[in-house]
Ligand binder design. Structure first.
Ligand SMILES: CC(=O)SCCNC(=O)CCNC(=O)[C@H](O)C(C)(C)COP(=O)(O)OP(=O)(O)OC[C@H]1O[C@@H](n2cnc3c(N)ncnc32)[C@H](O)[C@@H]1OP(=O)(O)O
Ligand SMILES: N[C@@H](CCO)C(=O)O
Length: 376
């Protein structure tokens, strides 16, 4: 079989669109304690966290909401394209002026996860000697990401979040906040997530990681001084991931067995190529690896006597939600979370044809859940 090399394999500079300094929006930066200790026992030196804020913090600090993005998101959760950022805010149907989470009422904070490539320190960032971290970037966990955000909350004067909300990787960070810092989270939306990464999730992630590792331009993660990055591997990873983010029924209904007009490719192949190309132009393979490994290592119960015991520590009012057609984060995982968090109601089921990506697409249904959470 001939592997059709899609046009993403055309040499893109290693510094594709994701480099820090590009598309900054209204980004601000918090310098983390130096060294910043990690759960692995390692540490990051000279690390920083990128974030954006909207609205005004009340004098009593009680109106702050933290929004946690999924794997390839960033701090730009609100806004139209063109406001210093090439794409619209990734949750702008839910969050923004006139939306359920309105900056006229709430002080909204969104970070770029530690390890990411949109301003926060990640593998592509320079170490204190001015060299990209690359393969020396230490293993990162979801707990490390939220511990960095604890410093941000302190710096912003937020003693207790009125709500922490997030989906997918963002739901893991949300859950970690609620378990690790129970006194600092009043309410939370845990959407399309899990308490412990399953073997199935690890397997799909490993397949994606293998695609990146097998790209000759990967150089074990030390490609930042090369003319070309591991874009082919990253694009394969995105094709695999994106398929898992959608449902079989939706793909069948949209594309069926049709060919892309005027081409030999199937339409669904063209669709995956399109999403692969878009990701390669906005995301760094090193960060993709670091964040994916943080997701596969996620176990909220590690060092806490297991997941059930960890979830029992949560004192926040929690809305747990999942998407009924999600094949990669199935509803059973959210049922488990809802069952073991003391102040969680029954699981909220978002009805969607779109699979896991329903967390982003079904903003109206998610909005109703968030509205009830904020005004019980
Ligand atoms: C919290 C966070 O997750 S942040 C990160 C969120 N952002 C992303 O994940 C970016 C990737 N985007 C997506 O995954 C999706 O666009 C979502 C989830 C945001 C929205 O899903 P949908 O509205 O269903 O978009 P859909 O999956 O249909 O993709 C639409 C794109 O596919 C393209 N497309 C559709 N069919 C085809 C085809 N046969 N061939 C080529 N391209 C196609 C469309 O032209 C459109 O392109 P554009 O986005 O460049 O305008
Ligand atoms: N499609 C989203 C959701 C993944 O969980 C992303 O790329 O981040």
């Amino acid at each position: 079989m001939t592997l059709v090399r899609p046009d993403v394999s055309a040499p893109l500079p290693v510094t594709a669109a994701w480099r820090e300094g590009d598309h900054p929006g209204q980004r601000k930066f918090l310098t983390l304690p130096d060294p910043f200790p990690l759960q692995s026992g390692g540490a990051l030196l000279g690390a920083k966290l990128a974030y954006e804020t909207w609205g005004t913090l009340d004098p009593d600090g009680g109106n702050a909401i933290l929004v946690e993005h999924a794997l390839t998101g960033d701090s730009h959760v609100i806004g139209e394209a063109g406001e210093g950022h090439p794409t619209p805010g990734w949750w702008s149907e839910l969050i923004g002026p006139g939306r359920v989470v309105d900056p006229a009422r709430w002080f909204i904070v969104c970070t770029n996860a530690l390890g990411g490539c949109q301003g926060s320190t990640g593998p592509s960032s320079l170490d204190p000697q001015g060299k990209p971290w690359g393969s020396r970037f230490p293993a990162l966990t979801v707990r490390d990401m939220t511990r960095a955000e604890v410093h941000l909350a302190d710096a912003l004067g937020v003693r207790r979040w009125a709500a922490v909300i997030g989906g997918s990787l963002g739901s893991m960070r949300t859950l970690e906040w609620a378990v690790d810092q129970p006194d600092r989270v009043e309410s939370a939306l845990v959407l399309a997530g899990t308490a412990v990464a399953s073997a199935e999730q690890i397997a799909w992630c490993y397949t994606q990681l293998s695609a990146i590792y097998s790209d000759p331009h990967w150089y074990d993660g030390d490609y930042y001084d090369k003319p070309v990055g591991p874009h082919l591997g990253l694009s394969l990873a995105r094709r695999i991931a994106h398929t898992t983010y959608r449902s079989p029924g939706e793909l069948e209904a949209r594309f069926g067995h049709a060919r892309q007009p005027g081409e030999e490719r199937f339409a669904v192949e063209s669709y995956l190529d399109h999403h692969a190309r878009k990701l390669v132009r906005r995301f760094d393979a090193g960060s993709y690896v670091a964040l994916t490994k943080a997701m596969t290592s996620f176990d909220v119960g590690r060092d806490r006597g297991g997941a059930e015991a960890a979830l029992r520590r949560v004192t926040a009012r929690v809305a747990v939600a999942g998407v009924d057609s999600d094949r990669i984060y199935p509803l059973e995982q959210q049922e488990f979370i809802a069952e073991h968090i003391p102040a969680s109601g029954p699981l909220h089921v978002v009805h969607s044809d779109y699979g896991h990506d329903g967390l982003l697409i079904e903003a109206e249904q998610v909005g109703r859940i968030v509205a009830d959470l904020l005004d019980p």
